[in-house]
Design a protein around this ligand. Structure first.
Ligand code: ATP
Ligand code: MG
Length: 415
């Protein structure tokens, strides 16, 4: 190439690289590129100086053509479908900080829950979509983060920084609501989520015992009650406020305000998941709760036998009437004693998800009595594993429901 072509090349190169430099608007860059081009002794004719070759030179001079490879990687990632949400990970805004270094594409996947068991699935799908499909990329380096989506209705209604509120209920007493609530909370906290647990069984609180906080007394700072922490869960319960041998005598309106105050007068800080353990039945407590706060969803606990199932059915109907999404049904205490399958059948019949089956195991009961949730102390047991899986399933369902209800208007207050 002769020096006489210099001006032409510069003019031509200028249009070619304009998009590249437009962000910086530094004309000398072009000069630098072309100067380097000459320094390296290339002798292409103007005709040969195609976009392809120019890019090749630019790559050599300035490193890879990051921006366009980056775009190609992003485009390839937009074909990766989130296994639970059934949308692509780019439109879900899960791919962040994408950059290309040499033959490696580096990015972070922001999951919708820290309790996501599907990292290997993401990894596989991303690799299949990018490696060998985008020229020059031989490997991926994926970092992980999690950001629980926000149930926007909560922010509209409550001045508390909670991403989601999940009620655990059932029509029948003693089926394992508090056990399920405690173990889900502990499993989510172990996974790295910020978790609160409200014991909404105001009259017969069991959560202090189950979390090993029996003698806890919350401090009050600036007129706000401080929750007590166990296993990474922030807990509040009337059990912390009364003597164990004294009955709580409260009428409906006081119950209502007690539950409200647990939300509004406690210093929760930022929470990804607020789990609410309800008393049995379809009475005041679930009604108060659902009327006062937009619930992200309800987990219905049932034993496998028919009697429990028919009570759970009433509970589902109640939440549906209150416009609370049903996250699904948990079948607890499955085994020889109470049988198996009733919860799953109920879920199928009602067209709601079946979240999982927890076996009847003595260790679960001991864990409850001694304040040592089985997911923390004996995660290797069948029940421990079942609870861990349950927590992941519930977290995934919450993400799905939040995505579905993101723009839903606030609940109607009944009565
Ligand atoms: N899978 C299980 N295996 C063995 N014991 C269990 C299991 N689930 C719960 N339990 C035990 O059964 C008893 C009742 O459980 P829990 O208190 O959680 O039920 P609940 O539905 O919250 O009761 P309530 O209606 O009184 O609030 C507890 O002693 C608990 O430890
Ligand atoms: Mg209970």
């Amino acid at each position: 190439m002769t020096g006489s072509g210099n001006f032409q090349i510069l003019g031509w190169a200028n249009t070619l690289v304009r998009p590249y430099i437009s962000a910086r608007l530094i004309t000398p860059n072009v000069t630098n590129i072309t100067d380097n081009f000459y320094d390296k002794g290339y002798t292409y004719s103007l005709n040969e100086f195609t976009e392809h070759k120019f890019r090749a030179v630019k790559r050599e001079v300035e490193g890879e053509d990051m921006s366009s490879t980056q775009d190609q990687v992003m485009a390839a990632l937009s074909t990766v479908i989130e296994p639970e949400l059934h949308k692509d990970i780019v439109s879900l805004n899960m791919v962040r900080d994408l950059r290309v270094e040499g033959d490696t594409a580096k990015f972070t996947i922001v999951l919708t829950t820290p309790a996501c068991p599907l990292k290997s699935v993401f990894e596989e799908r991303c690799n299949a979509a990018v490696v060998g499909r985008v020229a020059g990329i031989k490997q991926l380096q994926i970092g992980w983060d999690a950001q629980v989506p926000t149930d926007r209705r909560i922010h509209g209604r409550l001045n508390v920084p909670m991403h989601s509120i999940i009620a655990v209920g059932s029509g029948k007493g003693g089926v394992g609501k508090s056990t399920v609530a405690t173990n889900i909370a502990a499993a989510l906290a172990q996974a790295g989520a910020r978790v609160g647990l409200i014991d909404a069984d105001i009259l017969n609180p069991n959560i202090p015992t189950m979390t090993g906080l029996g003698s806890g007394r919350p401090r009050v700072i600036d007129n706000k009650m401080q929750p007590i922490e166990a296993y990474g869960i922030k807990v509040i319960s009337t059990g912390f406020l009364t003597e164990p041998d004294k009955p709580m005598i409260l009428r409906g309106p006081m119950l209502h305000s007690a539950i409200r105050q647990f939300f509004t007068d406690v210093e929760w800080g930022n929470l990804d998941y607020m789990i609410v353990d309800l008393p049995p039945g379809t009475g005041d407590a679930p009604l108060s709760l659902a009327q006062s706060f937009p619930l992200t969803g309800a987990v219905i606990v049932t034993q496998p036998q028919d009697v429990a199932v028919s009570d759970a059915l009433r509970s589902i109907a109640m939440f549906e009437t209150l416009n609370v999404p049903i996250l699904g049904v948990v079948e607890n205490m499955a085994g020889d004693f109470f049988g198996e399958g009733g919860g799953e059948k109920l879920a199928k019949e009602r067209g709601v998800p079946f979240l999982g089956r927890i076996p009847l195991e003595a260790e679960v009961r001991k864990g409850g009595d001694y304040g040592r949730p089985i997911v923390v102390h004996m995660p290797e047991t069948a029940a421990g594993q079942a609870f861990l899986k349950l927590a992941q399933t519930v977290a995934a369902r919450i993400s799905v429901v939040m995505l579905q209800t993101a723009d839903v208007i606030p609940l109607n207050i009944i009565g």
